[in-house]
Write a protein that binds this ligand. Structure first.
Ligand SMILES: Cc1cc2nc3c(=O)[nH]c(=O)nc-3n(C[C@H](O)[C@H](O)[C@H](O)COP(=O)(O)OP(=O)(O)OC[C@H]3O[C@@H](n4cnc5c(N)ncnc54)[C@H](O)[C@@H]3O)c2cc1C
Length: 443
């Protein structure tokens, strides 16, 4: 007899949600994670959250309950809700800064582009809830290998240097991007690898950002002492003058640290950081694999980032964790739960069926590949002349670039050849983006 009905490998937002929901439904479940404290977020996460607007084919409706110190997140179309006890803050301005210091800004007046949340608090809330529902957890435990037969899954784990085998009827692999379970089980074999890159994050307080608070994207060799890369600076909800700075660069991982150090200490914008203090540092390696088209592999269901293109984000990892629990329970009851999950996966994450959406997710960080410094400066000057102010905007990572391109295409002063390039940007797929990345790496 198997030790557990279900073992969940990896307890991030997807795994914690799955553990709690399975326990609530009376399923004997064990969550396994290598980290010692599941109520903390130790990996880089900027804090973007897209609520009250469609994102991955789901609108999360928020409901504030100050008397409970909670914001309820209603996933109405899927029939479940979660709560969150941290800060939620709307962001109404978005900036890009070019190599010469010129800038572009878009603003909304009615609805924020997105909300900021605290990923650590979100995990703490889900962990507390899952424990209350009766889920069992094994922390500081690394899942090493997995084998499966028709009837059970055998998982080799290591705790305090000792290996042992745990068995279950079905397994959820929610061990995130670069999933080890996907590699060792063979589930990755049909996925295409597009590369990987490091990111380093500094969370800083006392940042003297001279414009209205918003997210800022910096690019250009001058900003980074001649190193190729980019940097995103996102407001942090911990204080009005707090920001999270995150690098985008190629390997080796030390490039990320070199970029952020140059940017904050020596670059043209270093005056913003004269009085700033680092309150937190984190990092992550971002691996790009095409998504799993079928996230079930034998008796293992891959849920959240483990099966995704880049990232589901906390909110959609939570949604995937919930649906993973629902569908695994169906499988345990002898129903076609995995087919149900595959349908959910295809219906919600557009890149499963439409590969252009993979490219769309990356375009925002590729502006300097699409346009020269001179062209960007010309466009940024135009955006100062005709300020981009909207009541609301489609500004999720998938739609942001199209929104910006359409703004420029509508301006009479933009020459036709640039407008044609912008139309190309809107439709570009991963083949086009790979060529552009390749060109830069060769040069
Ligand atoms: C630079 C960066 C910025 C981001 N910004 C945002 C943002 O602004 N907003 C947002 O919502 N999301 C953001 N994300 C994405 C977000 O963090 C992920 O989409 C989300 O955490 C995915 O959840 P998950 O549960 O699928 O996986 P993860 O959160 O990655 O959880 C995986 C878990 O598995 C555990 N694990 C891994 N391997 C093993 C193993 N072999 N054995 C045992 N345990 C294991 C890990 O310890 C971890 O707890 C960002 C990510 C990065 C890298």
């Amino acid at each position: 007899m198997a030790d557990y009905d279900v073992i969940v490998v990896g307890c991030g937002p997807a795994g914690l949600m799955a553990c709690g929901e399975l326990a609530k439904r009376g399923v004997k479940v064990l969550g396994v994670d290598k980290s010692p404290d599941l109520g903390r977020n130790t990996r880089t996460a900027s804090g973007y959250c897209f609520v009250n607007q469609p994102f991955n084919n789901c609108v999360i409706r928020t409901e504030e309950k100050p008397e409970e110190n909670r914001t309820y997140m209603h996933f109405d179309s899927l029939g479940f809700s979660t709560y969150y006890t941290g800060i939620m803050q709307g962001v109404y301005h978005s900036y890009m800064f070019s190599d010469t210091g010129k800038w572009w800004r878009a603003s909304t007046t009615k609805k924020p582009f997105y909300n900021l949340f605290n990923p650590g608090q979100c995990k703490a809330d889900r962990y507390e809830w899952a424990q209350k529902k009766g889920a069992e957890f094994l922390t500081e435990t690394m899942a090493l290998r997995v084998e499966q037969s028709d009837k059970e899954v055998r998982l080799t784990v290591r705790t305090n240097g000792k290996n042992r085998v745990l068995t279950c009827k079905k397994m959820i692999a929610s061990d995130g991007l670069s999933s080890r379970m996907a590699k060792v089980s063979g589930a990755n074999k049909s996925r295409q690898f597009f590369g990987k890159g490091p990111t380093i994050e500094y969370e800083m307080v006392g940042v003297d950002m001279p414009y209205d608070r918003g997210d800022c994207f910096f690019f250009g060799a001058k900003n980074f002492g001649g190193m190729a890369g980019g940097l995103i600076m996102v407001p942090s909800p911990i204080a009005e003058d707090a920001y999270r700075l995150e690098t985008i660069s190629v390997l080796p991982a030390s490039t990320g640290e070199a970029i952020i150090e140059h940017f904050t200490k020596k670059g043209p914008f270093s005056k913003w950081f004269k009085k700033a203090k680092i309150v937190d540092k984190s990092g992550a390696m971002v691996e790009m694999l095409t998504p799993m088209l079928d996230p079930a592999y034998g008796n293992i269901l891959f849920v959240g980032d483990s099966a995704a293109w880049l990232e589901c984000l906390y909110q959609s990892a939570t949604m995937a964790g919930y649906m993973g629990a629902v569908c695994i329970e169906e499988e345990l009851e002898g129903k076609k739960g995995f087919a149900h999950y595959k349908k959910f996966w295809e219906d919600h994450f557009e890149w499963v069926k439409n590969p252009v959406r993979m490219a769309d997710y990356m375009k925002r960080v590729m502006f300097p590949r699409f346009f020269s410094v001179k062209e960007l400066d010309f466009l940024f000057d135009l955006s100062q002349k005709y300020p981009i102010v909207m009541e609301e905007a489609e500004a999720t990572p998938y739609d942001f670039t199209t929104m910006v391109m359409q703004q420029f295409i509508a301006m009479d002063e933009v020459p036709d050849d640039l407008k044609d390039r912008m139309r190309m940007v809107i439709t570009a797929d991963m083949g086009v983006l790979s060529q552009l990345i390749g060109q830069v790496q060769k040069s």
